[in-house]
Ligand binder design. Structure first.
Ligand code: HEM
Length: 325
């Protein structure tokens, strides 16, 4: 790749629409109390684009990208005086059978590349810079599994918006103009119960998900009774408008430890859309008919973040650094 081809490569931070990659690291951190830790975080955020270039330039075909996102409680420590209108901590959900817990997280980094070693190198350098000012509360290394399948065997991501639709579904617009170009994101780490899932027939598995397993073709939506995952996760508002989100889920696992998982990550222009999906999955529609994917998948984490557009990220850093000048 030549220097002119930089244009086609997401080499700066906050590229929500960067192509889904073959590898990713999902890194959740908490930040220590005090000004020194806040300053260290700001220095790292300020240097994010440079770090992406430093690592990513070593192989542009690896398409390294990183999105930094900020949790609700931590947001206020920047002292900016304003916040994204929907930003708030993850609301835990207690369904009749399954629950979606809320877990800690001040900062989140979604590191993507087609090369796991680029993700590794970037994470290593980033954490070295942040030092003991942060604590890693969750670190998951995901991989693309064949044709973007989850470990349950289904192609995952088919219904994602594409092209120009990505921005409309994921980026805040004029409705909250100070934060336009940013995106809410929700993450959850799921662990699968593979044996039980494997004991279902292929037809049953397809009814749980709502798509054919080999082709990915949609099955008809049930209008009453038990609904599939696909149907429960489809959100249509009162005006009849369907609200998409962008998912960049990835499998992860350690067969030697019996660990098989899906890391769920959803970007949305509106946080309520993802919250509504979760309610429909965990409580059920009608209530009691929860998403059967949860009988074989347990949520171990749940955190909400806001990924600011580059200009807003710079404003947050400036709010802190301006004070210390
Ligand atoms: C164990 C975790 C999960 C797995 C393995 C999983 C897997 C899948 C699969 C295989 C599909 C069908 C293909 C596709 O359209 O991408 C799908 C669709 C979808 N999932 Fe999930 N999913 C999980 C959790 C979630 C969660 C937590 C949410 C939202 C909060 C969600 C939202 C969606 C949406 C919006 C669709 C597309 C529905 C449509 O057809 O419009 N998923 N998921």
């Amino acid at each position: 790749m030549t220097g002119n081809e930089w244009d086609r490569v997401p080499i700066d931070s906050q590229s929500i629409g960067a192509p889904l990659s073959r590898a990713a690291v999902f890194l959740t951190l908490t930040v220590a109390e005090g000004d020194e830790a806040l300053q260290a975080v700001c220095d790292a955020l300020d240097g994010l684009d440079d770090l992406i270039k430093t690592v990513g330039f070593r192989d542009l075909n690896g398409r390294l990208s990183c999105i930094a996102a900020i949790g609700s409680v931590f947001w206020d420590r920047f002292g900016l005086g304003k916040r994204p209108s929907e930003l708030r901590p993850f609301e835990p959900i207690q369904g009749g059978v399954h629950k979606a817990p809320a877990t800690p997280g001040d900062l989140f980094f979604h590191i993507r590349s087609d090369r796991p070693d680029l993700c590794f190198e970037f994470e290593h350098l980033l954490l070295a810079e942040l030092g003991n000012h942060v604590t890693v509360v969750d670190e998951v290394t995901g991989f693309r599994y064949f044709d973007s399948r989850d470990l349950l065997g289904f192609v995952d991501g088919t219904a994602n918006p594409t092209g120009r639709d990505i921005g409309g579904a994921t980026l805040v617009g004029d409705e909250d103009s100070d934060f336009a170009g940013g995106s809410y994101l929700v993450v959850q780490k799921y662990l699968h119960e593979m044996q039980g899932w494997g004991e279902l027939s292929k037809d049953e598995q397809e009814r749980v998900i709502g798509r054919e397993i080999v082709s990915g073709v949609e099955l008809p939506d049930a209008t009453s009774g038990q609904k599939s995952h696909k149907t429960l996760a489809t959100i249509v508002d009162e005006a009849g408008e369907e609200h998409d989100i962008l998912r960049d889920n990835m499998p992860f696992g350690r067969p030697g430890h019996g660990e098989y998982g899906t890391y769920f990550i959803g970007y949305s222009r509106r946080l309520w859309v993802i919250q509504k999906m979760l309610e429909r999955m965990f409580v059920g529609d009608p209530p009691g008919k929860h998403d059967r994917i949860l009988d074989f998948s347990t949520a171990h984490t749940g955190v909400v973040f806001f990924a600011p557009a580059p200009r807003m990220l710079a404003a947050l850093v400036q709010a802190v650094q301006g004070k210390s000048d």
